[in-house]
Design a binder for this molecule. Sequence first.
Ligand code: SF4
Length: 369
Amino acid sequence: MQELLSKFSDSTLSRKLLDKVQEAAEEFIRLNGRRPAFMEVCGSHTMALAQKGVKRALKDHVNLISGPGCPVCVTDQKSIDAMIKLAEGENRIICTFGDMIRVPGTEFSLMEAKLEGKDIRVVYSPPDAVKIAEENPDKEVIFLGIGFETTIPVLGVAIKEAMDRGVRNFSMWMTTKLVEPILRTLLETKELNIDGFILPGHVSIVLGKNDYQYLVDEYQVPGVISSFETVGMLGSIYKLIRQLLEGRVEIENNYSAVVTDEGNIETKKLINTFFKPVDEPWRGIGVIPDSGMDIREEYDRFNARKRFNITVGEPGKTKCRCGEIIRGLVTPEECPLFAKACTPSKPIGPCMVSSEGTCSAHYLYMRED
Ligand code: SF4
């Protein structure tokens, strides 16, 4: 294990792998007259590939397209508006993850509502919101539940903790997302030309390798599950190019230290105990059938959508192109607001707010000036 860990930070190994990726990509370009195009599904990969210089190093060899895996970026604007409306009620505390507080809603962000005196708090994990509810029994505590298959189980843990401790003033506004429906949607709309997916490391710990077989069987698109180290990501890109060159279409597991074929069965059971699939709106994409999870009826008392009668209007159009960026159709540089009106200190869209957002990654690590 020690040897394995030392290799992960070995820049000589990264250099050798980079050469191998470039060599394989050149062969692909020779045969096809274009660069291979891969989408990294996960926002953590987007940030890591930019931060570690992989995107820049491979820009002439591989077209690395950022995908829809940043949970903050895909959260529908209406959920933010709903949370702001909820915060306007008497005796309420709204809890959310850090990045969400700065994402603009239709008129305000949660941060602006907080500055106006609303009780809006950032928590590190959903069970922290249960604790706040326990400490404030005369108030309703509502948590904005976002995230993919990695976060959904933790939301289940929060419900379990609230039940076990008899906390009745805690509820969640669920707007979670699932990986499979969005990948199917991207492939079925045929807007996107990609040769393969760099599959998310963390989500795959829950899902397992076998849960991606539909990509091969139904869409003939290869995928490689990847870790987040430079060596791991380069290795995954190399494996994808080798599949293309050899005419193979497979799901490969390049993160086998933690990802198994079946995934985490207990975690999947936990998810299905508390949640059920629902149609879910995605920012800039629209409603995708069965693409999110909401609380099962047996646990309705923890469902803020059922507990509070909140309606919000349709958001107006904005100049932000996050919807297209999430779908991999444009790059941040193609947005006229990028690095001008929209910067990390004054973000206009969620892709610039989030620490996993594509615009933020490009602004911090890939700007030419
Ligand atoms: Fe939206 Fe800003 Fe990104 Fe443009 S640069 S797409 S306005 S987040």
